[in-house]
Design a protein around this ligand. Structure first.
Ligand code: AMP
Ligand code: ZN
Length: 661
């Protein structure tokens, strides 16, 4: 078989497998076999870049970086929805409809998904654009990020018009959201608040490979264009062509049938794998929809029915304080257990001192607990009519419940902190847990629980102590056998090979996350140079701002930290870039800004960008006066070409670029 045919056959097959797995939820091959096929395609595409295809299934792993999302005007405005809250509201809506259209009205009922709305444009079966709702008139082009969402087809099957748009909601299912937060907790990072914000935030990440890692899903609920008779038919065809559509869609012949759907889901929604805050009711006939048209804000042919946020009243027994791994204090309400949204609630977050004062929440009060978008229920108010006569205002904790250190609160921060970084048990353990976590030192054989145990037993007080641990000290511990002790020590030992950038991340310098650690490691090349840098030298690094610079300086000014780092050095950890990484780095392109556009042959676009950065240059996604060179491959966009010519920017070919190095 010719290479091109082989590549195309693999793509077809993978498109189909993706559809089976992510839309139909019915895989026909194992994950392993799927990965092997994808890998085969990836290898072929790298080897034969001539056959590049922006809609290849390999694009789902991401890798493109977008610095500025382009604003795009919607060809069809994205409206909002009117809300209704009662049977009467729905009957009033029907009355308004019947003034405009004649005859029997058929409705569709579907769930209202709580995420970020998106407009997808398909041309000749291919996804060409994905734009956020924005203000409804114009939104942001987030195509590269959206392409990584597994259930969105890059290429569709038959049955849809040549050109059409389809709208839907990008959501983050609850289990995926919980997993993301679990990982952040382990890494000692602040958790995400709710799935909706996290979903819409994900669309605006610069690195699409990061988006690809997030378990986002997309449900499509409106086809724009085509000549479908009804909304339900359009969605049915869309589903056949490869889109995930609301599986709960139901046709109702009267408002009473609509209400039956609403009442059913008001209860059953708690069993769904994602959040919904209501039902959307639409007039099914497209002809009727056209007759009804739009108000200034919303379609007349659709209405949202909002579920009531679930709230119950219960007794507040006690307020306790939790110390997070970063020292942040969270007040927790301990409640008389109560049923809410399908679970028993015993505790709720009180957020911070300000919230308690705002609602004047006191022990002994009957409080209202609500379960909204957030996973942890919250207290939204007090039933003052039930307040006991002897009730006293809440005095917020003044000392850390774990180490009794006086709490501090910096200006502009709603939270109190325990400043005893070195001696407060959850903070001490937290830093070690961050150190061993997967994205940091990735130490096999130890988990968070083991760290807590080792700390409690007094065997370790900081991450450097890990490297002094002996098998004999571990074996006597609870639930430890010789084998697990050996594994642990072997894992610790093996971590001495972990590259510098990860060690730097593992140190737990505030605001130095994975990406920042990489940037700093590459720029300064070793820890001594980094710690010798002053404020100006630090902010001279691309994308390093004042907040990070100050944090690095505060870290290295602390003698405790210096001692820890010196110990790590003595144990043989990598505190400098390895020689072969350094070899690939030069400063040949320092001070030069590049824009890379088009398809390349000798190296991939991503490799090209990496080469620019490795040699000290800067990659930007859009052409401006600051651009020094445009590296132009095949099929460079005409708009970009024009702009580069207008601004008189030097345009170079792939070969010319490579010879610069
Ligand atoms: P609102 O933002 O409250 O005005 O509600 C309108 C939004 O609901 C739309 O922009 C969509 O993003 C969203 N939505 C969620 N599920 C649906 C659905 N099944 N049909 C239509 N819109 C939906
Ligand atoms: Zn403390």
């Amino acid at each position: 078989m010719k290479i091109q045919q082989k590549i195309e056959a693999l793509r077809e097959e993978l498109h189909k497998l993706n559809y089976e797995y992510y839309v139909l939820d019915n895989a026909s091959i194992s994950d392993f076999d799927f990965d092997m096929k994808l890998k085969e395609l990836q290898d072929l595409e790298t080897q034969y870049p001539d056959f590049f295809d922006p809609n290849s299934p390999t694009q789902k792993v991401g890798g493109m970086v977008t610095k500025n999302f382009e604003t795009v005007v919607h060809t069809h405005r994205m409206y909002s929805l009117d809300n209704s809250y009662s049977k009467q509201d729905l009957l009033d809506w029907e009355k308004r409809i019947l003034k405009i259209v004649e005859g029997a009205i058929e409705y569709t009922c579907e769930l209202k998904y709580d995420g970020a709305s998106i407009n997808l444009t398909y041309e000749n079966g291919l996804l060409v654009k994905a734009v956020t709702r924005g203000d409804g008139i114009q939104g942001d082009d987030v195509t590269t990020n959206v392409k990584t969402i597994k259930s969105i087809p890059l290429k569709i099957g038959v049955g849809m018009p040549d050109n059409f748009q389809i709208r839907g909601e990008i959501i983050l299912p609850l289990d995926g959201f919980a997993k993301m937060n679990q990982e952040r907790l382990l890494a000692g990072e602040e958790t995400y608040k709710n799935p909706r914000n996290t979903a819409s935030g994900s669309l605006k990440l610069q690195d699409s490979a990061e988006v690809a890692k997030r378990p986002l899903d997309c449900l499509l609920y409106q086809v724009v264009g085509g000549s479908f008779k009804s909304h339900s038919q359009a969605l049915q065809m869309a589903n056949k062509a490869g889109f995930k559509v609301p599986e709960t869609l139901k046709i109702a012949k009267s408002i009473d049938e609509v209400l039956a759907f609403v009442n059913y889901w008001d209860n059953a929604r708690h069993t769904l794998p994602y959040e919904t805050d209501g039902v959307v009711i639409k007039v099914n006939s497209i002809r009727h929809q056209e007759e009804l048209g739009y108000t200034a804000k919303a379609p007349r042919w659709a209405i949202a029915y909002k579920f009531k946020a679930e709230q119950v009243a219960t007794l507040l027994h006690e307020i306790t304080y939790q110390v997070g791994r970063t020292g942040a204090i969270t007040p927790v309400a301990n409640l008389e257990p109560v049923e809410l949204a399908g679970t028993t609630v015993k505790r709720a977050s009180l957020h911070n001192a300000g919230q308690i004062a705002l609602h004047d929440i006191r022990v002994g009060d009957e409080v209202y607990v609500e379960k909204g978008g957030e996973i942890i229920p919250k207290i939204v108010g007090v039933d003052f009519s039930k307040r006991p006569l002897d009730s006293v205002p809440t005095i917020y904790a003044t000392h850390c419940p774990e180490c009794n250190t006086p709490l501090v609160r910096t200006q502009g921060d709603a939270k109190h902190y325990c400043p005893n970084e070195q001696g407060c048990p959850p903070q001490v353990a937290g830093r070690i847990i961050h150190f061993i976590s997967r994205k940091a030192m990735d130490i096999d054989g130890i988990g968070a629980e083991t760290v807590d145990l080792l700390c409690k037993e007094g065997l370790i007080q900081n991450y450097a102590d890990l490297y002094d641990l002996k098998v004999e000290q571990i074996i006597p511990l609870e639930r430890m056998a010789e084998k697990s002790a050996n594994n642990m020590i072997a894992g610790i030992h093996a971590s001495k090979q972990i590259p510098f950038e990860k060690v730097l991340y593992a140190l737990g310098i505030r605001f130095v996350g994975e990406t920042v650690a990489k940037k700093l490691a590459k720029y300064f090349k070793n820890i001594d140079a980094l710690f010798a840098a002053d404020y100006d030298a630090l902010i001279a690094v691309d994308e390093i701002g004042g907040k990070i610079a100050e944090s690095v300086i505060a870290f290295r000014n602390d003698l405790n930290h210096i001692q820890l780092v010196n110990r790590l050095k003595a144990y043989g950890l990598q505190l400098a870039l390895s020689a072969d990484v350094q070899e690939g780095l030069t400063e040949k392109l320092i001070g030069k800004t590049f824009v890379v556009s088009g398809v390349f042959y000798q190296v991939s676009r991503n490799e090209l960008k990496k080469m620019i950065e490795d040699n000290g240059g800067k990659v930007s996604s859009s052409i401006s006066k600051k651009t020094d060179f445009v590296v132009a491959g095949d099929n460079m966009g005409p708009a970009k070409l024009q702009k580069a010519t207008d601004l008189e920017i030097t345009i170079i070919s792939e070969e010319e670029f490579l010879s610069m190095l």
